[in-house]
Structures are given as C-alpha cells and as structure tokens.
Design a protein around this ligand. Structure first.
Ligand SMILES: NC(=O)C1=CN([C@@H]2O[C@H](COP(=O)(O)OP(=O)(O)OC[C@H]3O[C@@H](n4cnc5c(N)ncnc54)[C@H](OP(=O)(O)O)[C@@H]3O)[C@@H](O)[C@H]2O)[C@@H](O)CC1
Ligand SMILES: [K+]
Length: 508
C-alpha cells in the first residue's frame, strides 16, 4: 500500500481536495495570484502549441475559472492573436486574483451574446470549473447551445463547463472540448464518462503547487497504472515450479461452456501454475476435448456442489472463480448459489462474476454475509444494479462512489466494469482504469477478465492489486489486438503484454 502514496502522479483529486491543495499551497507560501497566472499561462501555451493563429473568443464565468480565462486572453493577445473576451458575472464578487486579472486585461470586455461566435474560430471555455454546482441557465446555457450547434472547436479550462470534475457527470448541456487543460493532478471526472468523452485531449499542467501538500490530505483515488502495484507483483521465481504459482479452480456450467473455458485459459496465461475446470459430468466430454493445459474434473449429477466442496478440501486449490457460464435457468440458479457459497466458505481468494453474482439478485444479503475472506466481484452495470439496488439509485451518476459503497457493504473488492472501470477496495481506496479501448466491448471479454484475476490471486497477489493489475493487462491486451478483437484473442495476446511489463518494471 505504501506505493499508492499521496504524492503519486496517478493520484486523482476531487474538487474539494483540489481546493484544499490550493489552500495548502498558499499557506506554504505560493501566492494565489501566482497559481492563477501559471494556470492561465499553461492554457495559453497549450493553445499556442495545438492551434495556429486564429480568432479566439474567451468566455469567462463568475469564479476563478473565469479568472484563468482573463490570463489566457492576455497571453494570447500578447502573442499577437486576435482575441475577444466576454464575461458573465459580477465584478464585485470576483476573487481578489480574478479581479486583478480582469483589470489587467487590455482589451474590451463584452457581454455574453451568441453572435460573438460569428467572428470566432476557437472558443476558450473559462465559464465554470471546480465550483460548478448546477446546470447552466440563461446566457451561459444559450452560449453552450450555440457552440454545440455550430460544432465550434473548444479549449476547456480545467473541465468543460457543465462537467462535474469529481464524478464525471454532466449537468445538462456541455460543449465538448477538443483540448482540456487541468492543473496539478487529474480529477476523477476526466476519466469517468460522460466527462471523459467531453474533455478531448487532456493536458495536466504544473502550476507550482508543491506535491508535499498532498501528504496532509485524506486521498484515496488513483488512475490505474503499473506504477501503483508493480512492486508487489508476484514475479515468477527462477527456482520456482508450478506449485509455487498456485492452483486455480474454475467452475463451468452446462450451457455456456465457452465462458468458463475462456476464464480457465486466461488464468493459465496469467501464470497460475495449474488450473482445474470443475464441470457437471454431463458436459465433461465437451470441456475435456476443448482444453489441453487446463485439467478438467467431473462433478457428479445432482451432487455437483458437494463434489465441488470436496475438491476444495485440497488446500493446494488456492484461488477460485465462479460465475462465467455457471447458469441461472431453473435448478441451475440454486446450484450456482451453492457453488458460490462453497467457494466462499473456504475463505480462499475467490472471484465472483456474472451468474455467480446474479444468482443472488433476490437476496444479496446472503452473499454479502458469506464473504469473510478475500473476494473480488466483477459486476457490469446490470449485475451491479441487481446486487446493490439502493446504492445504485441513491448515487446514480457517481460511479466512483457507487463502487466504493458497494465494496464497503459487501467486504469484497468491487470491479464495476465499463469503459471507465472502477476498482474499489472495502477500505475506501479506489482506482479508475483508463486504458480500455472500445474493442473490449465484446462477448466473453468479462470471462477473460475473471480468469486474469484468479490467475493473479493463485500466485498470491493481494486482491485489490490483483484486480487493478488484471484490469490494466486486459486493456493492454485489447490494445495489442486492436480492431476485430474477439475474447479468445485476449489471453493469447497476454504474453506480449506480460513481456513488455516485465521488461519495464522487473528489478532483481
Ligand atoms: N484550486 C486551485 O488550485 C486553482 C483553481 N483555479 C481555477 O479555479 C477554478 C475554480 O474556481 P471556483 O471555485 O471559483 O469555481 P468556478 O467554477 O470558477 O465558479 C464558481 C462560481 O460559479 C457559480 N456557479 C456554479 N455553478 C453555476 C451555474 N450552473 N450557473 C451559474 N453560476 C454557477 C458559483 O456560484 P454559487 O454556486 O456560489 O451560486 C460561483 O460563483 C478551477 O476550476 C480552476 O479553473 C486556478 O486559478 C488555479 C488554482
Ligand atoms: K471550464
């Protein structure tokens, strides 16, 4: 855990945490005026780098986001660009720094009017940033509406106005930015949808806030990267043999036999020393003919759960996954529940996915009460809504909080999947993943993820790290494959990912 330290470049700051960092920086002797000047300069530099000289309209709002806008306008004007500036707000309520840069602006200050866009090639959105509390109304809303209709290029300061930097939720209409420049550290809303999709390219600028101010804050959210967990990674030992690398057990059902096969193959690829697929006797032959390095074992008819329990009496079976293709139809639901409960009763690291979660939709409490050991749950949004209906409703639009509360309630690491997967630990820490390409949205990719996780658990990786590492490797493997990806490709491209990862991060 030491490595997920607060000064980490991957740390993410909510609006209030950023405000605290800002205050601490001022207390440490960095004047607020300098922070604003640096912020505005960073935005101007990013604009000068990306765009050629063109007619710019800077839209300044009533808070410090607008203050940054005055600075940008002045820098671009000094660089010889044609700049117009419109302000919406009241001069009396500007902060001291914003008022200073308002006064310092050498051009005219105009009122918000959509016809300003007629003579504009590029909009600088300095309307609202971290202080946004509600949907835009009146003139700012009309402006955003017109920018959207005209499909104007936008550079947003901190966040596109209307995006909540803490949650990524959009308050009403938002003009999508081509470039967003934020300060010091990213915010969760830059990584979580819809915010992420509205930011365009994201630049993080250093504005002179000293990193040690972060040590004083209570921070617990990071962007996923091997930097967070590579030091604890269970590197294979040179003198090791397969028993050092664990033995994962995968339950396979009767109908969707492909799902657990993908899981088992993925667990092997991730480096589990051995993998056993335990399946009902009726379908044993289907599995046995399809698998090679994975062992397939039979569960006798009508006593599958008992046989599964017996299999787990062997303590070498040190990580378990139940869910992919486990089955929910008719009697299968009861069987899946029994298998899950048998797995959890061992208190060994267990991954619950798909049907292994949905089997408890009627009474999730039974599941939560059974979780007393290390457990990773991997719901997609539909499964999450079934297991955590109250949290889901109460905190709609705040994926980070939903995942965190679910982890706390269930005492499991929760991976709330999607394009912006969140990995939450029961202790309150959370990681947002950002490397997943769109190609990953394909049947079976979740089964592979479950296999990657159990493969790491079998090797003794701590569950929160195993979850984060598996999600990251899954994204990397998908990037390796590219367009046309099918789930089978993911385990087979993992060796390239693991090799590159080892080359970059392994130290003796
Ligand atoms: N922290 C730092 O380190 C640094 C921060 N910097 C910059 O400061 C920005 C944060 O500044 P900020 O806190 O003044 O918030 P900001 O978003 O400009 O405006 C809040 C104002 O808008 C109002 N308001 C809110 N929603 C509204 C709505 N829908 N419609 C209408 N009004 C609405 C709200 O009024 P109220 O809600 O109180 O009625 C309040 O008056 C940050 O994003 C970054 O760009 C940099 O200078 C570098 C250092
Ligand atoms: K903005």
């Amino acid at each position: 855990m030491d490595h997920m330290d607060k000064q980490h470049p991957q740390i993410l700051l909510t609006a209030s945490e950023m405000g605290e960092a800002d205050k601490a920086a001022v207390q440490a002797g960095v004047p607020a005026m300098e922070l604003m000047a640096a912020a505005g300069k960073a935005v101007a530099d990013a604009v000068l780098e990306r765009w050629s000289r063109c007619r710019v309209l800077v839209l300044c709002g009533p808070g410090n986001n607008g203050g940054d806008g005055f600075v940008v306008a002045q820098f671009l004007l000094s660089a010889g660009w044609p700049v117009r500036l419109a302000f919406w707000g009241s001069v009396e309520t500007l902060s001291a720094e914003a008022a200073y840069f308002y006064q310092a602006w050498q051009g005219e200050i105009e009122a918000f009017a959509t016809d300003l866009l007629d003579q504009t090639d590029l909009v600088i959105d300095a309307m609202f940033g971290a202080g946004l509390t509600r949907s835009l109304e009146g003139k700012p809303r009309d402006m955003v509406d017109a920018i959207i209709k005209r499909k104007m290029p936008v550079c947003a300061i901190d966040v596109p106005s209307g995006v909540d930097g803490t949650t990524g939720a959009a308050f009403g209409l938002v003009a999508p930015a081509e470039l967003t420049v934020t300060f010091f550290r990213k915010k969760p809303g830059h990584l979580l949808f819809p915010g992420r999709g509205l930011c365009g390219k994201l630049v993080v600028a250093d504005i002179g806030i000293p990193a040690p101010v972060l040590d004083e804050l209570n921070l617990h959210t990071w962007e996923n990267s091997p930097e967070l967990w590579y030091r604890e990674y269970p590197w294979p030992r040179l003198d090791g043999h397969k028993f050092h690398r664990g033995h994962a057990v995968v339950f396979g059902g009767e109908n969707m036999t492909g799902a657990s096969r993908l899981t088992a193959r993925a667990a092997m690829r991730m480096g589990a020393g051995l993998v056993t697929l335990a399946v009902p006797i009726k379908v044993w032959a289907i599995y046995a003919t399809a698998m090679t390095c994975v062992m397939v074992t039979k569960l006798e008819q009508s006593q599958e759960a008992e046989d599964f329990e017996e299999l787990l009496l062997d303590p070498r079976h040190n990580a378990i996954v139940v869910g992919p293709g486990a089955g929910l139809a008719g009697f299968e639901r009861i069987r899946t529940r029994k298998i899950v409960l048998a797995a959890l009763a061992t208190n060994r690291p267990t991954v619950l996915d798909a049907d292994g979660l949905s089997a408890f939709a009627d009474d999730p409490k039974i599941l939560f009460e059974a979780i007393n050991g290390p457990c990773v749950m991997t719901p997609h949004e539909g499964e999450f809504a079934r297991l955590f209906p109250d949290i889901n409703e109460e905190h709609a639009g705040d994926k980070l909080r939903r995942a965190r509360l679910a982890a706390k309630l269930s005492a499991a690491v929760v991976i709330l999947k999607g394009a912006d997967t969140v990995i939450a630990s029961p202790d309150g820490r959370a990681i947002i993943n950002s490397n997943a390409p769109a190609d990953l949205a394909t049947g079976g990719s979740g089964d592979v993820l479950a296999g990657f996780i159990v493969g790491l658990l079998a090797q003794g990786f701590e569950p929160f790290y195993a979850a984060a590492a598996a999600v990251w490797m899954h994204g990397e493997a998908a990037c390796e494959v590219g367009a046309g990806l099918i789930a089978e490709d993911l385990p087979d491209h993992l060796p390239k990912v693991l090799t590159a990862f080892k080359k970059q991060y392994y130290t003796d």
